[in-house]
Design a protein around this ligand. Structure first.
Ligand code: UT7
Length: 319
């Protein structure tokens, strides 16, 4: 039996930081309101000469270096993003070129599932490794959601930010990724969307979100998918060393852990310093936990995320 193991992680956050006080100069809000309702204190904003792919390139290079492999060994790139640099070629092909991976037997493709994208991308790469088709895969989550923000909408401009995270997966006899669980319910599509299509490509489109309604469904669905993951693997929540949730809002994370009776001390949190980096959020939190030494080899990790679609998912991973 083959499993996928995470053998390297990497992350990148742009240098420019926007604080809550900075935002209070743009819209009618306050540091107190934002901290109380979201837990966010600051977020990173990409510079004009950065792109989703350039950020992903830095994160990917860090993950490849941590994995200790040669980039020519990568046989697949799965790139989770809803903000690619171009309509096409896709972000993954651009990243392949940026990384100097010249093998054409390295398929590179995007998955667009907004904030849940990394979990979906991980699940796809995991299937290829389990089936024996691929030995090493690069899985990336990167987004530039600040490019889709209406800076006069105080309910969204306080939440979103830019960044990139990446992991290298390797085939191994030992787990690794035990299971991934993916869900979609398209009937919720109107509650969180960015309008825009190929016919209206040049016009400016912004994130439109009914935040409170999104919040309520997110808490329910994230609780359910964590319970599903534990049940599927026949383990108790006590077996989990670290919960690595999508970092949309501290209150969503707290409500989910409360529902599960899971201690907040075992949650990797980045939301305070990063806001919601969309597809980058889970791999960035993972990378921080790995690099600061909290996540140790052999730890059992549970990833979960929720996004527009609505789509949500989880992964149970032995690090
Ligand atoms: O990645 C997945 C996608 N996104 C999410 O998961 C986000 C989910 N939702 C949220 O994080 C929260 O719903 C928000 C942070 C967006 C809003 O917090 P809330 O506690 O759900 O507030 P609300 O939408 O119920 O609004 C309460 C009040 C409203 O005023 P009125 O109508 O009661 O007078 C809003 O206009 O708060 C007002 N408000 C603000 N006030 C100060 C909304 N945004 C702000 C703001 N500053 N930035």
């Amino acid at each position: 039996m083959k499993y996928s193991r995470i053998i390297g992680t990497g992350g990148y956050l742009p240098e420019k930081i926007l604080t809550n006080d900075d935002l209070a100069k743009i819209v009618e809000t306050s540091n107190e309101w934002i901290v109380e309702r979201t837990g966010i204190k600051r977020r990173h904003i990409r510079s004009p000469d950065e792109t989703t792919t350039s950020m992903a390139g830095i994160a990917a290079n860090r993950a490849i270096e941590a994995a200790g492999i040669d980039r020519s060994q990568i046989q697949m790139i799965v790139f989770a993003t809803c903000t690619p640099d171009l309509f096409f070629p896709n972000a993954a092909s651009t990243l392949q070129r940026l990384l100097g991976i010249t093998a054409t037997a390295c398929p590179a493709f995007d998955v667009n599932i907004a904030c849940s994208g990394f979990i979906y991308a991980l699940s796809i790469a995991d299937q290829y490794i389990r089936s024996g088709m691929v030995e090493h895969a690069l899985v990336v989550g990167a987004d530039s959601l600040t490019r889709l923000i209406d800076w006069s909408d105080r309910s969204t401009c306080i939440l979103f930010s830019d960044g990139a995270g990446a992991v290298v997966l390797k085939a191994d006899d030992k787990p690794g990724i035990y299971s991934t669980h993916l869900h979609t319910d398209g009937s919720y599509g109107d509650l969180l969307h960015v309008k825009g299509d190929v016919y209206n490509a040049p016009s400016c489109q912004y994130i439109n979100m009914q935040g409170n309604a999104v919040f309520k469904v997110a808490v329910t669905k994230l609780g359910e998918v964590v319970e599903e993951t534990l049940r599927f693997n026949n383990i108790d929540k006590e077996a989990i060393d670290w919960l690595i949730p999508h970092q949309a809002n501290l209150r969503i994370i707290e409500a989910t852990t409360r529902r599960l009776g899971f201690p907040m001390e075992k949650v990797i949190l980045t939301v305070e310093d990063q806001g919601n980096t969309s597809a980058a959020s889970v791999p960035l939190a993972l990378d921080i936990g790995v690099r600061d030494g909290r996540i140790k080899p052999g730890n059992l990790l549970l990833f979960e995320a929720f996004s527009a679609g609505f789509a949500w998912g989880s992964a149970l991973v032995r690090y």
